[in-house]
Design a protein around this ligand. Sequence first.
Ligand code: UD1
Length: 365
Amino acid sequence: MKKVISVVGARPNFMKVAPIYHSSNDAKFEHKIVHTGQHYDYNLSDSFFVDLELPKPDFFLGVGSGSHSVQTAKIMMEFEKVLEIEKPDLVIVVGDVNSTIACGLVTVKMGIKLAHIEAGLRSGDRSMPEEINRIATDSISDYYFITEQSALDNLIFSGISEEKIFFVGNTMIDSLVKGLPKAELSSVLEDYQLTRGEFILATLHRPSNVDNKQSLEDFYEVFKSVSKNIKIVFPIHPRTTNKLTEFGLLEKFKSLENLVMIPPAPYIDFLKLMKYSKLVMTDSGGIQEETTYLDVPCLTLRTTTERPITIEIGSNLLINPNKDNIIDALDNSLKNPKKRIQMPLLWDGQAAKRIVKIIENKILS
Ligand code: UD1
């Protein structure tokens, strides 16, 4: 029997791999999961395995945090050992985190075929570590599974031949569709005394937004101003908590009465928070897509996006993240929420099934 290994490492990977894993239960290939351990906190990792009904990974590499080079190098060294033992026929990497490029590189160096899920996305901003990971992974992959038209255009432009590209839809949306009924049962709104449609959900973790003091001080002013009128729920990524602590700002944020600071939310709770928020403000990549599906207005606190479909037909708006801009945009958006005009093509909860069929019939046959 042929063997496929899927790699997960950081929070946004789990919901992209889970539907492929589930759809391959009856497949003609064996499917194993390797977790690099890039993320290791319960709330960023294990809780996702529970919510997404994933079994324990077949291999846990336990690499943990470090500089980009240290993290990438450690993942490569550990993943090479796995491939030496397992000798898979195909490795699947997803998204754009350090685990994606690290494992991709090891795979092709060992002469094993590499498939990239969510390939082809480009923000055009090379100062984002993820953009470098996307470009590098796409330049070495053998097969490209894509979520939107811009990815096809980008890959063709960079010289990838069309027969290696498969427009399958979005596996993150597969997980969302599957998770929504469970989200209805979550008590997260009651836990934090939130009323449906009467709060803003905020997330911030991009180095460009949280790694400098001035930027965090500006966000404090934004939260202070906006929370006078509406509650803000703020699940805080550990990177952001660390930076708020380092800059001595944590207590200042905590003192805002209408700002509900909570630990990173488990997947199912987060779906419920998104679905019932009045609007979302974020610098995440995936949340732009999830809010588009849910038709919840999203303000993306960045100057670029690698997911332009969410702007073209979705509820997403890019906001240059300076204090006055954000306050104005929030004000406008609360008064005139932007709604999507149609659903992106093939965001229908069936992407993983398409991927598994292609792996069986075109890649491993
Ligand atoms: C990573 C991804 C980013 C993704 C984000 C989602 C890269 C380059 N970045 O960023 O694309 O949007 O995950 O969360 O791969 N930390 C913990 N516990 C953990 C993990 C991290 O406390 O389980 C802290 C550590 O202080 C660490 C810092 O967060 O140094 C940053 O973690 P890292 O994995 O390097 O990057 P993220 O900011 O999480």
